[in-house]
Write a protein that binds this ligand. Structure first.
Ligand code: CA
Length: 206
């Protein structure tokens, strides 16, 4: 039994257009990048998190990344949860509900336990099926010093063994549309608890 709470983590940070990661996808990449203009007199809040499944069906499970929750870990210690799904593109799967990524973790409630995490594989997760993405809105702005944490069933125990670990790619933005010009890449990771530090966010008034 091995414990990998953080999982793989490859932090990156740059401003660019929200887009699919640099891997081939059949499902994504069909939308034109919308050139949007924000008219802001005060800092535009970074409220949106886009998560892409980059396993591309090449790993153990065709279900790909299975998200339980998206957390905003504020610098002051509070932990907030995604409150709505504003966009998604996921291959069809009966019973797969985007709302399962909202609210507190309910499939891996012990994601921070020093013991090996145990997950409920039957309830509470959204499968991105190897090539999907989802955009969620957080209840408060994402700020420098915070972390965005993604809870996934990857590598946790269930009655028949360990869930396969699948890579994901995370971006934040001030705009809810999946493809926009204001995305900041947080990084790529995999595992039950992928916590990505927010180290720099451009002030869009400048
Ligand atoms: Ca859930």
């Amino acid at each position: 039994m091995k414990l990998s709470v953080i999982g793989m983590l490859f932090p990156l940070l740059f401003l660019g257009a929200c887009s699919e990661p640099a891997v081939s996808h059949d499902v994504l990449g069909t939308a034109d990048v919308a050139e949007e203009t924000l008219e802001v007199s005060e800092p535009a809040p970074y409220l949106f998190v886009r998560i892409d499944d980059v396993s591309n069906g090449s790993y153990w499970s065709k279900l790909g990344v299975r998200l339980d929750a998206v957390l905003l870990e504020k610098q002051d210690g509070r932990v907030l949860f995604a409150e709505s799904v504003v966009d998604s593109s996921i291959p069809a799967l009966e019973g797969n509900e985007v709302a399962d990524v909202l609210g507190p973790p309910d499939s891996v409630p012990n994601y921070r336990s020093p013991e090996q995490p145990v997950c409920d594989m039957e309830n509470g997760t959204l499968a991105l099926l190897g090539s999907g993405f989802v955009v969620v809105k957080m209840p408060e702005p994402i700020e420098v010093g915070d972390c965005v944490a993604i809870i996934d069933v990857g590598e946790c125990d269930f009655p028949y063994g360990q869930v396969s670990i699948e890579p994901m790619y995370a971006q934040v933005s001030v705009a809810p549309t999946p493809d926009n010009s204001y995305c900041v890449t947080l990084g790529q990771g995999a595992g039950v608890y992928v916590s990505l530090s927010v180290t720099s966010l451009p002030d869009l008034r400048e």
